[in-house]
Write a protein that binds this ligand. Structure first.
Ligand code: PEP
Length: 249
């Protein structure tokens, strides 16, 4: 089953109005493969969602970087899934390691968020990944399986889920996973989906890699059988994001 290559750009907590306009104009001028070949989604901070949505080329889509775990209300500082739907934002990133580790989001909380966002009609980039300590102690597969299970326990339809494998030790460190390291975990995650959900979900769910992807290392990673695209942080703020999108070809 063909899985369309997926490239997400996570702008994190970066940018001014002027800088965001500049990034968007670079993206709009980029010569990239068609939507039949690659799905591109960029994720600005909440405050820049309307600007980005309003001025980004129509073949690229927009994601929020988070949303609240249930219906909005008395949750100061939060943004609800309903608000994103109201603004016609199709995607949301959930379970990013910066939220898991800095803000203490548990596997269960992330699973609840994924289930609620999907129930409101959002598509979800669900992030999983191990810390350096967990990798060095040999528990990588156990960690990503537990993170994925917390989602699987709460979600029955995986059509609108993209799984982002993002080893924490590779995020923002310049220390990218080798193609073999990425392929190994992606293949194991796909096996997990096969055994615990269904062969169809395993075959159709995109598993993308994130962690220090750049214009120079993307081709080799993209060539791995189970790497279906990327979630890109730092390099998504730079013109080389276009080169990363081109690695879909
Ligand atoms: C990320 O934060 O999702 C990420 C992959 O960051 P970077 O590409 O900067 O490592």
């Amino acid at each position: 089953m063909g899985r369309k290559f997926f490239v997400g750009g996570n702008w994190k907590c970066n940018g001014t109005n002027e800088e965001v306009k500049k990034i968007i104009s670079t993206l709009n001028a980029g010569d990239v493969p068609s939507q039949d070949v690659v799905e591109v989604v960029v994720s600005p901070p909440f405050v820049f969602l309307p600007l980005t949505k309003g001025s980004l080329r129509p073949d690229f889509h927009v994601a929020a970087q988070n949303c609240w775990v249930k219906k909005g209300g008395a949750y100061t500082g939060e943004i609800s899934a309903e608000m994103l739907v109201n603004l016609d934002i199709p995607w949301v990133i959930l379970g990013h390691s910066e939220r898991r580790l800095i803000l203490g989001e548990s596997n269960e909380f992330v699973g609840d968020k994924v289930a609620y966002a999907l129930s409101r009609g959002l598509k979800v980039i669900a992030c999983v990944g191990e810390t350096l300590e967990q990798r060095e102690s040999g528990s990588t597969l156990e960690v990503v399986a537990a993170q994925t299970k917390a989602i699987a326990d709460r979600v029955s339809d995986w059509t609108n889920v993209v799984v982002a494998y993002e080893p924490v030790w590779a995020i923002g460190t310049g220390k990218v996973a080798t193609p073999a390291q990425a392929q190994e975990v992606h293949a194991e995650l796909r096996k997990w989906l096969h055994a615990n959900i269904s062969p169809e979900v395993a075959a159709s769910t995109r598993i993308i890699y994130g962690g220090s992807v750049n214009g120079a290392n993307c081709k080799e990673l993209a060539a791995q059988a189970d790497v279906d695209g990327f979630l890109v942080g730092g390099a998504s703020l730079k013109p080389e994001f276009i080169d990363i999108i081109k690695s879909a070809e």
